[in-house]
Structures are given as C-alpha cells and as structure tokens.
Design a protein around this ligand. Sequence first.
Ligand code: NAD
Length: 260
Amino acid sequence: MLKGKTAVVTGSTGGIGLSIATAFAAQQCNVRLNGFGDKAEIENIRKNLAEDHGVKIGYSAADMSKPADVRDLIADAQRELGPVDILVNNAGIQHVAPLEDFPDDKWDAIIAINLSAAFHATKAVLRGMKERKWGRIINTASSHGLVASPEKVGYVTAKHGLVGFTKVVALETANSGITCNAICPGWVLTPLVQKQIADRAKAESIPVEKAQADLLREKQPMLKFTAPEQIADLAVFLCSDSAATITGASLPIDGGWTAQ
Ligand code: NAD
C-alpha cells in the first residue's frame, strides 16, 4: 500500500518516533530518520532498518529547535529519497516545573521543538504534496493536547497548539488528497516518561516501581502503558486508503485518560 513512498519522521532515533519509522520501513517506505544520540548507535539503527526491510533509510541530525535545520531535513530527504509523501512531526521534549519557576529557555525550546518545527516542516512539504495530490501529515500530539496537567505549561501549550495546527492544515488541504491528523497518546514508556518517573521517585523518596504505578493511576483509568508499536500501527493506518477521509482529527490512544 505504501511501497516506494518517502516518509520523514522527526525525533526518530528512539522512543515512539523510532517505532513509527520502523513501521513505515516495514511497509516498504523509504524513511529519513532524525534525532539525537550516539552516532554509532544511530548508524546501526539506520543500517539494520535498511537491511531488514530492503528500503532506503537516511539520517539527519537536524535540530528541530532551529527552523533552518528543519528546512534542511526536508531538503536532504527530498534530495536523497525523493519527494516527501509522509511527514510525521514527532520530535518532542518535556520539562516539569511550576509556572513561576519555569525556565524561559525551556519554554522557548518546547515551543520551538514541539510546535514550531511542525509548522516549518509542513510548510516545506505541502506545496509538493498538493502538486502530487497525495500526502499524509501526522503530528504526535498528546493527551496534553486535549487536557491539561499542572507544572507542564510549555508542553500543554505546545500540544494544544499542535492540535489547532492540525485542524488548519486539514482545512487547507481538504480537497488535495492530503490528510493531516494528530495522534494523542497517553502514557508510553519511553525515555521521556522514564525521566518523569525517576524524578518523581527521587522527589517523593519512593521506589521507581511505585512512582511508575502512581503516575499511571493518576491519569489513566486503564492501568497500562501504550506500546510505541501501537502508536506506530495507528500512524500506518492513517496513511491507508481506509483512513482517506479522516482529517483534522486528534485521536486519543490513551487508556481512557481523556474520557474522564
Ligand atoms: P523520547 O524522548 O523517547 O524521543 C524523542 C525523540 O526526539 C528522540 O529521537 C530525540 O533524539 C528527538 N529529539 C529531541 N529533541 C530534538 C531536537 N531538538 N531535534 C531533533 N530531534 C530531537 O520521547 P517519546 O516519548 O518517544 O516522544 C515522542 C513524541 O511523543 C513527543 O512529541 C512526545 O511529546 C510525544 N508523546 C509522548 C508520550 C509518552 O508517554 N512517552 C505521550 C504523549 C506524547
């Protein structure tokens, strides 16, 4: 179904993004990886994905906090893999602190990476998608794009913004063969959440296992983490013909978090 298409997944050297990139590679897409990490490890991931699935896998270390880097990521993907058919705006960071103590630089970085990067990347691919009359844009938002929590002002603001952004792109592309949707995961056990669990265990002097159980219980009626692969399956579904009229949607995959 997606064979031969080109996908760019931002923030895909680990966590949810890597699962999404892997799922697209398994669908025979050529994929441009992006993100930070150990050079040799990333090269290993890149090589294995290419060999396992017989597709082209590229990598760019572009920093999603920098608009010029975002544009370069798209340009590099187009040069090496061809026009971008699927864009997954996934890179994201978190910082937890009460508003009055929230560092200015963390606010700026979260807005830049979690929100503005999606604007710059989408702007760079949209004209081409319209010309080719096919495109899929998927934004990794969050439960925090739909509801709030204290001490996450940057993240909640950016993710609510991303949900709004998703709707505008959907309206502007409604009859162009393009869809734009947001995926809104609840808790997924990735480094981004593992850090929050570790910080909580330290702050409350409790074992990590208890901090993890408390974190789940506090927000999710369903007491289990969503697996990154389940998010990836939803992303692949959103690129299928069955999902061709799903656009502008913000789809929770959150164990009931936002049903409350
Ligand atoms: P993660 O920390 O495991 O992975 C983040 C990825 O983004 C990594 O590849 C990292 O290198 C990359 N990255 C970070 N800063 C970057 C930058 N400036 N430029 C380029 N790449 C950068 O996080 P994750 O949990 O996999 O999160 C992925 C997305 O899912 C984020 O947008 C996050 O907000 C969202 N999300 C996560 C959860 C969860 O529970 N883990 C829930 C809802 C939404």
